[in-house]
Write a protein that binds this ligand. Structure first.
Ligand SMILES: [Zn+2]
Length: 97
């Protein structure tokens, strides 16, 4: 998996840092004390849309088949895990101008 780096000092972000920065519009580097802009690639929007559609489909299907409710929650959790794994690769850090 491609790691995100601080555009100033090249410090590699941990997976959790990468996941967290998507919530903010800025990344603050603790090593060099610089702030970077957080940009999301276009494919991130596509991914989010796909996740919403897939989750809704799963909820619809599995709520009709009650016996499969447990499998349904496993599938949905799996989708979210996959999503969070992909997110760091879809974020770019840019120096502030
Ligand atoms: Zn840095």
């Amino acid at each position: 998996m491609k790691k995100n780096k601080c555009p100033y000092c090249g410090k590699e972000l941990s997976f959790f840092e990468s996941v967290n920065i998507k919530e903010n519009l800025e990344y603050y580097c603790e090593i060099c004390a610089n702030k970077s802009d957080v940009r999301a690639k276009k494919s991130l929007k596509t991914l989010i849309t796909m996740l919403i559609i897939l989750t809704s489909v799963c909820v619809l299907i599995f709520s009709f088949i009650f016996r499969m409710l447990i499998i349904g929650s496993v599938v949905i959790s799996g989708l979210f895990v996959l999503f969070y794994t992909l997110v760091p690769g879809l974020i770019i850090l840019k120096r502030k101008e």
